[in-house]
Write a protein that binds this ligand. Structure first.
Ligand SMILES: [Zn+2]
Length: 342
């Protein structure tokens, strides 16, 4: 019998889900907007309905089975019988992994202190594996993307926030309570700088994440510094990383200063991760990585200022593409299936 898992990638703006088979082929993938106004149960009820629609569209009944000979709603013949082996969920949250409990979610603030794994498991009548989205993506990149062959690897999303998922010996390292790798919140300049969602000033993220660098820019504008970004964006509140990149390319002084601050702190952060863990493969994901060499080259140069050894260190960009989150969430489920089979 052919087996599938459901991969559910919950993001701050959209939630995607798909069926994934044992060859990691995705079926019926689609996404819905994530509603930040919904609290715990209501938020996950929407996801449950979405998953039911996904399953029905692929010819599965309510018990997650598809008898041989049925067809998916999209007309594709699905001749073999099939069953759903489980579901994996990647969340942009602090998660107490062993308990399947969401502690807090920085960009979906109403989702907090909630036993999401058991709630979903009961509603979907499936085994559910719940983890942080960076760790889900790390598994996808390790098994199918830029981290292939690197059994020690760090997956670092560089986006509105920054973090790292730690893979050691081909296994995710989660730590005592499940949120190992929240290294963006390590303190770089105690008490100095803008305040981060973690409650502190001066963590790495507060100096160089996409969201935070924009905060710095707005502060500089408020203190009277000049930039073309206000005009380019149509107001300082509308400045985002795309405007920053445009202004940087045009040689705008403040944009160059912001860019340098970002790449400098990213380089220092990567160096500290390297000396802490001695992991030599960094797979960089997240929206800002789209800037490519423009971002990576100066980051690497800062890293090299502090690194005095010749051992190879690899900085790679994520290779799994737009389905990385869904594929990674599915990998969480496949990993649990494999552990249960042992
Ligand atoms: Zn922080």
């Amino acid at each position: 019998m052919k087996r599938f898992v459901i991969g559910i990638d919950v993001g701050g703006t959209k939630t995607a889900c798909a069926l994934v088979d044992e060859n990691r082929v995705l079926y019926g993938g689609h996404s819905i907007p994530s509603n930040p106004e919904l609290e715990n149960e209501r938020f996950f009820d929407v996801i449950v309905e979405e998953v039911k629609t996904l399953l029905a569209g692929q010819g599965f009944d309510a018990s997650g089975r598809r008898p041989a000979g049925t067809r998916a709603a999209n007309g594709q013949a699905r001749l073999e019988a099939a069953e759903i082996a489980g579901a994996g969920v990647g969340m942009p949250s602090f998660i107490y992994y062993d308990k399947g409990h969401i502690i807090k979610t920085s960009n979906l603030v109403k989702i907090r202190d909630f036993p999401a794994r058991d709630y979903l498991s009961e509603k979907l009548r499936l085994q559910v594996t719940l983890d942080n989205d960076a760790r889900a993506a790390a598994l996808a990149e390790y098994r199918h993307g830029a981290g292939k062959g690197f059994h020690n690897m760090l997956y670092c999303p560089v986006s509105s926030g920054i973090s790292s998922a730690i893979l050691i010996g081909g296994k995710l390292f989660r730590g005592s309570y499940g949120w190992a790798g929240e290294t963006g919140h390590m303190i770089a300049t105690p008490g100095e700088g803008v305040e981060c969602g973690c409650g502190n000033r001066g963590c790495y993220m507060s100096w160089c994440s996409g969201l935070m660098i924009i905060k710095h820019i707005r502060q500089w504008i408020d203190s009277g510094e000049k930039t073309i970004m206000t005009e380019l964006a149509g107001g300082k509140e509308k400045i985002d990383s795309i405007i920053l990149e445009k202004a940087h390319d045009a040689g705008d002084r403040m944009a160059v200063k912001a860019f340098n601050q970002m790449t400098n702190w990213l380089g220092i952060w990567f160096y500290n991760l390297y000396v802490s863990l001695n992991i030599n493969c960094f797979v960089l994901g997240g929206g800002l990585v789209k800037m490519g060499e423009k971002l990576l080259d100066p980051v690497r140069r800062t890293f090299d200022i502090y690194n005095h050894d010749d051992f190879p260190v690899y900085f790679k960009t994520a290779a799994c593409g737009k389905n990385c989150g869904t594929l990674g969430a599915a990998e969480l489920a496949w990993e649990s299936c494999a552990e249960n089979a042992m």
